[in-house]
Structure formats: C-alpha cells, structure tokens
Design a protein around this ligand. Structure first.
Ligand code: IFM
Length: 453
C-alpha cells in the first residue's frame, strides 16, 4: 500500500564513483591517481585492497546500464576519472578516456537515465600530487582545464554537473587525518587544500554552465548536523565547533558569507592563504546543493590534548546503548538528523534546489540460495525517505534522491570489506545479484511513493 507520495518531478537515482567501480586502471591511456598510489602503499587499505579491478565497470558498463534500467532508475550519478581525461593532470586530453564517458553518457540517455556527472570524486592525477596536489594553487587552474575538456566533449548532452564530491573528505581525511589519499597529516596543508578545492569549484561553475542552455551546476557536501551529547554548555560549544568543522566551513563561503569567524579563530595560524576575490569566486551562485548524509555528529567536549578542535563524537557503543541501530561502518542510524539538516539548510542558506546525492548504509550481506536478504538496508533508506518527505512538506526544495550505492564497491580505506550496494557484487566472478533492497527500491520508484519493504 502506498504510504507517502513524492512530487511528480522528483528524481530517483543511485550513485557511484569512478575509482570505486571502474577498474581498468592502466587501460586506454589512464595514468595513476593518488588513490592508485595510496591503495598500493602497504598498510593504507584493509587487506591491501586496491581499485585495480573493482567492479570492472569499465568493461561491463553496458550490462550495468541494463541493471539500472531494470530498476527503473531515472538518474545515475557517476564520476569521471580525471586521470583518464588528462593523465598527467594538464595538457592534451586523452581521446580514449573521453570516448569511454561519451559512450557511457549515450548509453544512459538511450536508456532514459539522466546522468548527473561529478568531476572530482577524489582521484587526482598523481602527476599533480607530485607538484603539490590540492595544496598547490596551480591545481585550481588544472581543474578548470579538466572541466573544460570534459564539457567540450559531453556538455551538449549532460544537463546536471557536480564539481566536487565531499571536499571535507578530500581536504581533511586526505590531508589532516591522513586516512585517505594522499595520506598527509597536517592541518595547515589540509586547510589550504580545502580552500583550493572550493576555489576550483567556483572557477568551474561558469565553465560547466556555458556548455548548454539550462545546464544545472552544483557541489556535493557531506554534511552532519551536530548535536551535543549532553545539556552541558561545554558540550554545546563542542557541537558548535563540530558544526563549524563539518558544515559551516564549506556552506558559509559557498553561500557568500566567507569562512566562519569562530573557526578562523580556532584554526589560527593554520589558516590558508586567500587571495583577493577568492571568496567571491567560491560564492559563485549554483543551481543546486548536493547533500550526502549518513549520520549526525553527536559530540562531547574534550581537551585540546585529545582533539585540537575540542570535541569528539560519541562512540558506536554509546549510541547503541541509547538505542540507536549501528551499521557495519559503526555509524548510528538517525534519520531525524537528515530532516533537521535539510530544514536548517533551507532556513540558513536557501539553496535554489537540493538533491540528496548520497544516502545509504553498509551491512554484512550474505548470498543465500542466490538471493541477498537485506531488510535493514531497505529500512534505512525508507526511514531517510520519510525524513526527506517531512522536509519537503515543510517547504525544502528537495528535487531528488540518489541511493549510495548502485552496487557494492571499493570503500576506500575499508577496501571491499564494506558493502553499500543495492546490487551485490561477487568480486571473484563479477556476478551481480539484485539485493532485496534493490527490488524494494524499484517498487518505490515505480510508485513514486514509499511502499512497505
Ligand atoms: O563510498 C563513499 C563515497 O565515495 C563518498 N561518500 C560516502 C560513501 C560511503 O562511505
């Protein structure tokens, strides 16, 4: 029975990223990215896993589009591998790399699936890292060159563009915590890299928009509403700082307010170099905001010796003790966080439109008699769709939802140990199996409404 109906023009999709699914890392002129280097460095990923083969999507894309069609997907969010297009980061575009995405886009359009293309989902050409990577301002120019090459080939057909995926992760996980490529652990470098990521976004917006009338351009942020773990003023302050770190450090400059003052004070000497007009460029108006939501930050105050930002997230055990369900990533399930986040975004920033560009969960899926029964994933998505619908009802301009992920894939430092897919991938044979959640999501799309899992 239909429970909750979505607007007629609501877009239903799934998302992936190039390095997580493509494989074929040294084919047709592709050169290494920072993730090739990082994943091949001993000790950096679970089990030493790499994206060398991944889901072999580079060779199986036609069959994968058929699966998308079977699910009734209306949209598919993919990312382009920069090192396929400009293997050395700049210079002459690699025609074979462009050809691959050209075929993929045509295949999607022929299947009536709208491509939403992300330019940067973390696979910086290693050649650019060798020249300083995102901490080097020249990488901003290189990104614009890359955007120009992609749009020159695909811009006549692609209507939805996302400059960056989760600059918080690329900036801080990659350059401060060091758990993502390029594996640097320095706050000043991280803040400089983050500034250049945002600057490159602003520079690329007009390039992407110029290709075709009506092209829609946005950026995708991973956002976590932050709640204090207790009523104490110290925890409230810690939650505010966490909000500054995860959310406002990106949202404020993107929406024309510059970097938040409280965080500038906190970062002190680590602040990035900012040139005249950088903030105006970063604030170039966009057509939509992409929101990736998985879990909120529930935060307590700690001393600077524990964490320089003066806060830490409560553990999975603590969350479980409060009755929260925990996913295989150790993340707590809290769909109210998504509703609160969407309502707050509308209240504080008024984006023209919002797409949930990722949401989903990893669980320990098993194949039993050729099927994968994953009721917790369907329940996770359903509860977040309910929260999304509540936000819609209260006036949030939510235009679509992309489940993460179309299929199981390379989960970065976790390698292949974590499965987020609606489709199960047997990495030994590359067989794909539609999980129960995929079959349920197919019904949601067909009904344009929530249906019981
Ligand atoms: O797999 C990632 C994706 O690449 C970016 N967003 C979060 C997902 C799950 O961790």
């Amino acid at each position: 029975m239909a429970l909750t109906t979505f607007p007629d023009d609501f877009v239903w999709g799934t998302a992936t990223a190039a390095y997580q699914i493509e494989g074929a890392v040294d084919e047709d002129g592709r050169a290494p990215s920072i993730w090739d280097t990082f994943s091949h460095t001993p000790g950096k990923t679970f089990n030493g896993d790499t994206g060398d083969v991944a889901c072999d999507h580079y060779h199986r894309w036609e069959a994968d589009i058929k699966l998308m069609q079977d699910l009734g997907l209306q949209a598919y969010r993919l990312s382009i591998a920069w090192p396929r297009i400009l293997p050395q980061g700049t210079g002459q575009p690699n025609v074979q790399g462009l050809d691959f995405y050209d075929r993929l886009v045509d295949g999607l359009l022929a299947a009536n699936i709208t491509p939403f293309i992300t330019l940067y989902h973390w696979d910086l050409p290693q050649a650019l890292q060798d020249r300083g990577g995102w901490a080097n301002r020249e990488t901003v120019d290189a990104f614009v060159e890359y955007a120009d090459a992609v749009v020159g080939r695909l811009g006549d057909r692609v209507t939805h563009w996302i400059t960056h995926n989760e600059p918080w992760c690329a900036g801080f996980l990659g350059h401060y915590m060091g758990v993502h490529a390029p594996g640097i652990t320095d706050l000043k470098t991280a803040l400089q890299a983050t500034h250049h990521l945002l600057l490159s976004h602003g520079r690329a917006v007009p390039v992407l928009r110029s290709a075709r009338a009506g092209a829609q351009v946005g950026i995708t942020l991973n956002l976590s509403p932050s709640y204090p773990v207790s009523d104490s003023p110290a925890d409230a302050e810690a939650a505010k700082r966490a909000d500054g770190f995860f959310n406002r450090w990106f949202l404020d400059p993107l929406y024309g307010r510059g970097y938040p003052e409280d965080m500038q004070e906190l970062f002190g000497e680590a602040l990035p170099q900012i040139e005249a007009h950088d903030l105006d460029i970063i604030a170039t108006p966009t057509d939509f905001l992409g929101v990736n939501f998985y879990f909120p930050a529930v935060v307590r105050a700690v001393g600077p010796e524990v964490n320089p930002l003066g806060g830490e997230q409560r553990s999975a055990d603590e969350a479980a003790a409060e009755g929260r369900e925990i996913t295989a990533m150790g993340w707590e399930v809290n769909p109210d966080g998504l509703r609160d986040l969407l309502v707050r975004l509308q209240h504080d920033y008024q984006p023209k439109a919002i797409y949930i560009t990722e949401n989903g969960a990893a669980f320990e899926d098993q194949v039993v008699d050729g099927a994968v029964h994953d009721p917790r994933r369907s329940a996770y998505i359903q509860s977040h769709l309910e929260a999304s619908h509540q936000a819609l009802t209260s006036g949030v301009p939510l235009r679509g939802y992309f489940a993460w992920s179309l299929m199981d894939n390379f989960e970065w430092a976790y390698g292949y140990a974590k499965r987020f897919g609606l489709i199960y991938v047997d990495y030994g044979t590359q067989e794909r199996i539609l999980k129960d959640s995929a079959l349920w999501y197919k019904r949601v799309i067909a009904e344009n409404a929530l249906v019981e899992p």
